[in-house]
Design a binder for this molecule. Structure first.
Ligand code: NAD
Length: 230
């Protein structure tokens, strides 16, 4: 029998229990920056070194973190379902946990791309944590982190919607659903899909109708959903 298609739509809360701060209930590093000042094309034009340093620090921290139990439970779901992860996260914890199909809506911090005008999308893996302004693409432009900044297009948007339209089960985890257009993708799930929203703040999020709300952390919430589904 064909496995049912299950989509995980994750945000920063997914990685919170791995020790990576979320965006809105932030502390530490995030407090020192206004995110709009380091995550926009303008910021890069004004002060590329500050932007590069900011992402180098993020990358360094991400490399020191490991996937949490919720990431692992998602991998286990592959025994029962055809699982597609669609994440807003720029960390690679889903991959490191072992998830096979991971789509990054906002890029992957472990990769770089050209800051030049080249239309072709080439992504280069970054060795270690540091990307330097002297690291250049083959056309001679500095490499920038492969992350989607505010005001930039979400390149995987159409593909994510296509995936969402074919899901039987949708599990949304740890996202404030405030960053558009990414957050809007959950509304493309079919009416008949079984939907869960895991977030300690689930009841106050704008998820729309039809969601089973689970007001818990990613790990506790995933345990609950796994027990319902398997
Ligand atoms: P957000 O910070 O806006 O919202 C985080 C959500 O996670 C909140 O709703 C919060 O209640 C919830 N949360 C907090 N702790 C949790 C836990 N233990 N378990 C489950 N949920 C928990 O995050 P967002 O909606 O993903 O939007 C932020 C944007 O910033 C994203 O687009 C993302 O690209 C980026 N970001 C990425 C990372 C990362 O890659 N790990 C971290 C911070 C921000």
């Amino acid at each position: 029998m064909m496995k049912k298609k299950l989509i995980i739509f994750s945000g920063a809360g997914m990685s919170a229990e791995s020790g990576i701060q979320t965006f809105r209930d932030s502390d530490g590093l995030w407090e020192k920056f206004r995110i709009e000042d380091v995550a926009t094309p303008d910021a890069w034009l004004k002060d590329p070194k500050m932007v590069q340093d900011f992402y180098n620090q993020r990358r360094k921290q991400i490399l020191e973190c490991t996937p949490n139990e919720a990431h692992e439970l998602i991998v286990k779901l592959e025994e029962h379902f055809d699982v597609q992860v669609i994440t807003q996260n720029i960390d690679d914890l889903h991959e490191r946990a072992g998830s096979k199909n991971v789509m990054h809506l906002h890029g992957n911090i472990r990769y770089s791309k050209s800051s030049g005008p080249a239309k072709e999308k080439m992504y280069y893996p970054i060795e270690g944590w540091e990307l330097k302004l002297s690291d250049l693409c083959p056309d001679g432009y500095p490499l920038r982190p492969h992350v989607v900044w505010f005001g930039e297009e979400v390149p995987m948007y159409d593909q994510a919607i296509m995936e969402m339209r074919t899901c039987d089960i949708l599990i949304v985890i740890g996202t404030s659903l405030q960053v558009y257009p990414a957050a809007g993708i959950i509304h493309y799930a079919p009416l008949h899909a079984e939907k869960y929203l895991i977030d300690p703040n689930a009841e106050s999020l704008q998820s729309g109708t039809g969601f089973n709300l689970i007001n818990q952390s990613a790990t506790e919430g995933m345990k609950k959903v796994v027990s319902i589904l398997t």
